[in-house]
Design a protein around this ligand. Structure first.
Ligand SMILES: [Zn+2]
Length: 80
């Protein structure tokens, strides 16, 4: 009889650490939706290639590309 257990799990799986931006640190833009005359914020997307959001009233989507050369173009926008 053998009362011992062999432990063969000597090779733990290695997974790359997830890359995600720190929560609460997402940049945003203030944007004015002329369609409904409302002002809100839109946040940068996951790839940090654009700011994306929707009009809070009529759900009109808005997308503002981030120029990789110039960075963020301006701080405030109006969506028509
Ligand atoms: Zn609207």
């Amino acid at each position: 009889m053998n009362g011992r257990r062999l432990d063969l799990s000597s090779d733990p799986p290695i997974s790359p650490p997830p890359q995600r931006p720190a929560p609460g640190a997402r940049p945003f833009l203030g944007i004015h939706f002329a369609c409904c005359d409302v002002y809100t914020r839109i946040y940068v997307n996951r790839d940090a290639t654009a700011y994306e959001g929707r009009c809070p009233r009529c759900s009109q989507p808005v997308r503002i590309r981030i120029d990789p050369l110039a960075g963020t173009i301006a701080r405030f926008f109006t969506a028509y």
